[in-house]
Structure formats: structure tokens, C-alpha cells
Design a protein around this ligand. Sequence first.
Ligand code: 5AD
Length: 366
Amino acid sequence: MNMETANLTANTNAPADAGRIKALIDKLEQDRSLTRSEWTDLIRGRSPETAGYLFDRARKIRIRHYGHDVYIRGLIEFTNYCRNNCYYCGIRKSNPNAERYRLSKEEILDCCAHGYELGFRTFVLQGGEDGWYTDERLADIVASIRSRWPDCAITLSVGERSRESYRILREAGADRYLLRHETYDSSHYQRLHPPALSAAHRQECLWDLKELGYQVGTGFMVGSPFQTSENLADDMLFLTELNPQMVGIGPFIPHHDTPFADQPAGTLELTLFMLGLIRLLLPKVLLPATTALGTIAPDGREQGILAGANVVMPNLSPAQVREKYLLYDNKLCTGSEAAESLKDLEERMAAIGYHVTVSRGDSLNI
Ligand code: 5AD
């Protein structure tokens, strides 16, 4: 285990610290702000006991605002072409083994029609940064979805674009935008991305999106290579500042065709702890139990819900392209992960006392 990984390992043998960690959890719940060193201590000092304490609090807050509802989003992965070369991502430009595809406008609309019938009222269009989808083409797709399904929310997740592009897409009818900041710290960001990308620019995009009136989602990977507890503390401070409507986090999972193929995956344990902390920091936030969480543990998403999450995002992409949108190894795309298996998902949620709802599921955090 290298130092950096050791730094993220939970504290399993210092019960004397539990009192201090619980006091920090109480302070977070009351003040919704901690200093950087408090965040670091809280993350580094966690233990199974304090995690249980945190999840109890997080669940109560979640139930106060959202009851036992679980919102669903239909995820349409419409292109796996990408101009970027992020070191962690399986669809990075220089992976020659990624079989590339892009969906046509008609195929995307078919996904929406199918999703609408299944009960989805939010469509998430996610893709790599693919130059084929110019503002004109993408705005046309968004406008068509907007006019055919006026009661649905349209979420875009297509990476960094110009402020003008974001404006055009917003005008065309997009309501929400997901863009994870990945990691706040610029030197850590630089270790995960090629020189052409920067933390500062990523964050600038998020502020632009917010100003343009999007409901904004950001987030980060948990246990990404070289990540320290201080990095996670900075991520929490950034969330405090940005106050986004949504926060997507999931464990880093290596992909065999990337420079990070041999790096260890993030853990379920730390991801759940971070979910609980985010629920306390932003009580009304929309917090997905992500596919990556479901990938590292068979009941990962259920555990995510029990730690404070309130959203799941089943896959609505056409079956034949699903295995091609491989951001990391073993990514789930069948079973209750698939939009067609909503019944299975409903049963899983019912088994832990929660129910899947048909609604746009707008954030209360506005
Ligand atoms: N493991 C986990 N998450 C990943 N993502 C990309 N590659 C990986 C990986 N190897 C996440 C990034 C991105 C989102 C769409 O998927 O955080 O923002």
C-alpha cells in the first residue's frame, strides 16, 4: 500500500477518536460548514461506528426532505467518441480498442419514447466530448425532445463547451447539466488529466452553467489515483461554495486499456461515507447511487440509498451500444441497471423500504 492509499484508509482501531468524529458530524449537521482541517480529520478518522452514526443522520435528513422516494433518470449514452485523453477513462481518445459509436437524432428520440413509456420523466444525454455534435446539431436534438415531451426534464452531460454553447443549449430547452469537477485541487487534477485540461477551466464551466440558469450537477471519483483526504476535504469545500443541485460521486474503477489499469479501485466503504457527508452538507441535494457503486458491490446502490442517496440512473441506451460505453471495467449495463428492468429495481428499493417514483424529480435546492 503506498502512502497515498494509506492516507484514505479508514481508522479501524482507535475508538477513542469516535467521540471527536461524532462531534464533527454533529457540527456539520448544525452549521453545514467545516474547516479544511476538520473535513480532513473527519474523513481520515472515520470508522465503522462513526459511519453508522453518520448514515443514521443522513437518512433522517433525506427522509425529511424527500420521504422514501427514489427518483429515476433515463441515461442515454449517445456517443463514446471523445477528444480528451483522461488517464482514468476507458473512452479516452487514444484507446484504440474502444469501438466507437454515435446515435442519430432518431435513435435518441426512440430512446426517449421508450423511456417515457417506462415512466421516465428525466432524460440524461451523456457522451464524450464529440465534435460531431455541434451546437446546431445538439440544440436541434434538445429542442425536439423538449417539444415532444414538454413534461420531462432534459439533462445534458457532454463535458466542457463554451459559455455561448451552454447558452444555446439552455435556450433550446435543456434544464440541467452534469459536469463532475473530478477533483478540486489543481495539482491532483493534473495527475489525472493531460496538460490540455485544467481544474480551473472545469470549474469555470460550472460557474457559467450556474449563471445561465441550469440546475447543475457536479461530483468526483472516490479513491482516484493519488487522492488524499485533503483532496476530498477540498472537494467538500468546493461543494459548499458551488452549492449545486446534484452531486454525482462513485468509486474510481480501473479500465484495462488506460494508463491507470493497475491502480487500485476506490472502496465502497469510503464512497458511502462521502455520500453521507454530502447529504449532511447539502440536505436537499439530488444524490445518485451511481452505476460505479453498483459495479463494485452487488448491493452497492441499495447501500448508497441507505447512506443518504435519493436518485438512480438506469441505462436507456440501445442494448447494442451499451457495452461500448465502457468508462471502466465490468460496468453494469444489464439487470436492474437497465431501464427495461425497472421492476427489478423497484423490488430492490422496496426491499429496503423505498419506492421508485415517476416524476421529474426537481431539486428542492434552488
Ligand atoms: N472509474 C470511475 N468513474 C469513472 N468516470 C470516468 N472514468 C471512470 C473510472 N475509470 C466517471 C468520471 C466522469 C463520469 C462520466 O464517469 O467521473 O465524470
